[in-house]
Design a binder for this molecule. Structure first.
Ligand SMILES: NC(=O)c1ccc[n+]([C@@H]2O[C@H](COP(=O)([O-])OP(=O)(O)OC[C@H]3O[C@@H](n4cnc5c(N)ncnc54)[C@H](OP(=O)(O)O)[C@@H]3O)[C@@H](O)[C@H]2O)c1
Length: 229
């Protein structure tokens, strides 16, 4: 039977690549993005394919997410993909200020929290519900980086939140797992990255098929190996 996926930040990068592959397989995608009017690729797909619905949502705005959840049917798979890098430099990066730190933490940490909270009711209506968060290896505690302080911290924090959710959602048999998508050629990853968005997305989708209660609360690389965090 066809499944229904909800993806945040679906208008470009890894979110768009995931959306295209899932739509091509015949499953349904509820694609969330901040500016549907500018999401040309998504809109072009929805003009020809009936299994894509686009909604406007900023993941830092819980009211927008709740409003969408009231207007859709149940979902089987929730993918918290939306994210930002924020200031990339070291401790003296002048952009590492209150406003930019707040934006990274609100988007990458509170965003997945609000998304999961808003759509949990729709997932509970599914026979086989699953949640995935796009995190990053940059958030592991044992790293050698001295850059992107708050991106790293945000991905460490969202993995911690993933574990809390896995404990709270055990009672509903809803597994939740984080993934590192690889280093991917997107606006965030840059053109020197090692994977195309399509390569990352197709490998992630292969891994998603395997997810169950044995994986909840864990963090995986895009090719399936477990990452300690
Ligand atoms: N690329 C990599 O190498 C890499 C590596 C590790 C982890 N990741 C993670 O993978 C995920 C996707 O990354 P990407 O490379 O595809 O990034 P990207 O190309 O920069 O795309 C980011 C997406 O997130 C959306 N977004 C940002 N803030 C949002 C908000 N407040 N509300 C809703 N949507 C928002 C963007 O929408 P707008 O178009 O409106 O800005 C865009 O659709 C992120 O969580 C990232 O941290 C990526």
């Amino acid at each position: 039977m066809n499944k229904s996926y909800l993806i945040t930040g679906a208008n470009r990068g890894i979110g768009l690549a995931l959306t295209k592959i899932i739509i091509e397989k015949g499953d349904r995608v509820i694609a969330l993005c901040r500016k549907p009017e500018e999401a040309e690729e998504l809109r072009a797909i929805s003009n020809t394919q009936g299994n894509l619905n686009i909604f406007k949502a900023d993941v830092t705005k819980e009211d927008e997410l709740i409003k969408i959840s009231k207007s859709i049917d149940n979902i089987d798979f929730l993918i918290c993909n939306a994210g930002i890098m924020g200031p990339r430099g070291g401790m003296n990066d002048k952009d590492t200020n209150y406003r930019n730190i707040s934006e990274v933490l609100m988007t990458n940490v509170a965003g997945p929290f609000f998304t999961i909270k808003s759509f949990i009711g729709k997932l509970r209506e599914s026979k086989d519900p699953k949640i995935v968060i796009l995190s990053s290896r940059m958030g592991t505690q044992m790293h050698h980086g001295s850059d992107a302080y708050f991106y790293r911290a945000s991905k460490a924090a969202v993995n911690n939140i993933m574990v809390s959710f896995s404990n709270e959602l055990n009672q509903f048999n809803i597994p939740i797992t984080s993934f590192h998508p690889g280093w991917v050629q997107t606006d965030m990853g840059g053109s020197n990255a090692s994977l195309s968005p399509e390569e990352s997305a197709s490998s992630l989708i292969e891994q998603f098929k395997e997810l169950g209660s044995k994986n909840t609360g864990k963090f995986y690389n895009y090719e399936g190996s477990e990452i300690s965090f």
